[in-house]
Design a protein around this ligand. Structure first.
Ligand code: MG
Length: 386
């Protein structure tokens, strides 16, 4: 058998998720800012040894899958997992694939290390699959009553991707009794006398089956914390409204600028954009564009927050310092905090707003303008293959 032949991944995403309680099938649900299916698809696609990634979905989920993976190879699966895999294997054979990694979309966090271990073991075996030891005591039980303890020796927990030489797994599927269901492909290869090697699995590969698993998977995500700052100044002029921190403040002068000139929201928008290195407020809302004339700055802040949300990010904390002699900020602080928390859709305890003067020094001290400094801290999910 050639060890240099074309390797493909076959992702099985055709399930209907009855154990998730209905609704959107789990493989399409959001996990850390992207649909579950995309996690393992991206990991396979980014692996240098894998030449093709085929995803099998149910017929009525094709459009959904296409929206998630616009450029991917997607085909319709069968009535059972086994049928979906068999169809996928036949399609891969037509493409000259020699080895295949069969993977369940419900195991999103697939690292390249696991793929490498499976492929390495496949060099000298008919199949290879990742497994984990069983740490918990295993016991039989029925009707809420304990039965016999099941010996743990030699028992492993089976994961995917399972790797095979394409022709041997096709032969195993062909030979499997039509009326028997198989929970995985390795047992089918083994039934024909094939030797399936075991390699070290990964706790991150835990299968997502029940609704609670989604929350658990979310907790297993690795996060990176980003902190960025923003700064802005606007001029105080007669005949302008004073918008500050998203609140209209009664004052004899207001801030001037292209938009409503809310210097606090502008500084905070820049801080938030900074956490995802997405440029600054002028990148997204150019002052040369007439549509932003007099614009309410709350929408700038909401846009920055939506960009972070698209990345699966969470805003942990924001902190602002407004620098001016007048007006007094204290009486408006609570309203500003409430407004900012509302715009960002975070709890008010995650918003800090402070004010200071510059002891009548400089442009803020002379009342010519108002400045604001802002700092934002967000968490972003890290790619599983990193
Ligand atoms: Mg500004």
């Amino acid at each position: 058998m050639s060890q240099n032949g074309k390797i493909a991944a076959l992702i099985v995403a055709a399930g209907g998720s009855s154990r998730m309680g209905g609704g959107t099938p789990k493989q399409f649900r959001d996990l850390g800012g992207k649909p579950m299916l995309r996690w393992s698809h991206e990991s396979f696609s980014a692996h240098p040894s894998i030449a093709a990634v085929l995803t099998m979905v149910a017929d009525d989920h094709r459009d959904h899958a296409r929206a998630i993976l616009p450029d991917a190879w997607i085909e319709t699966g069968g009535a059972s997992r086994r049928e979906s895999v068999a169809r996928g294997l036949r399609l891969l054979a037509l493409k000259g694939v020699e080895r295949v990694l069969i993977h369940d979309a419900a195991r999103p966090f697939l690292s390249h290390a696991v793929i490498d271990r499976v492929l390495a073991a496949l060099v000298s075996a008919d199949g290879a699959m990742p497994v984990l030891p069983v740490a918990d005591t295993l016991a039989r039980g029925a009707d809420h009553v304990l039965g016999d303890i099941v010996p743990r020796d030699g028992v492993v927990r089976v994961q995917t991707p399972q790797g095979f030489h394409l022709q041997s797994v096709i032969a195993a599927h062909a030979a499997w009794p039509a009326d028997a269901e198989a929970t995985d492909d390795a047992q089918m290869v083994r039934r024909l006398g094939g030797r399936v090697a075991l390699v070290q699995g990964d706790a991150m590969l835990e299968k997502i089956t029940y609704p609670d698993d989604l929350a658990g998977a979310d907790m297993r995500l690795a996060w990176e914390t980003r902190t960025a700052m923003g700064f802005d100044v606007h001029r105080l002029e007669d005949g302008e409204e004073l918008w500050l921190g998203g609140v209209l403040i009664p004052h004899h002068r207001g801030l001037s600028g292209h938009s409503d000139a809310d210097v606090a929201l502008h500084a905070l928008t820049d801080a938030l954009l900074g956490t995802i290195a997405a440029g600054d407020i002028g990148t997204h809302f150019p002052p040369s564009d007439p549509q932003w004339k007099g614009a309410e700055s709350g929408q700038f802040l909401e846009h920055a927050a939506s960009l972070i949300a698209q990345r699966g990010g969470r805003i942990d904390f924001v902190d602002l310092t407004i620098i001016c002699e007048a007006p007094k900020i204290g009486p408006h602080r609570a309203a500003m905090v409430e407004r900012i928390a509302g715009l960002l859709n975070i709890d008010q305890s995650r918003v800090s707003l402070k004010a200071t003067t510059t002891e009548r020094l400089g442009f803020t001290g002379r009342g010519e303008g108002i400045a604001t400094q802002a700092v934002a801290t967000v968490r972003l999910p890290m790619a599983a293959s990193a």
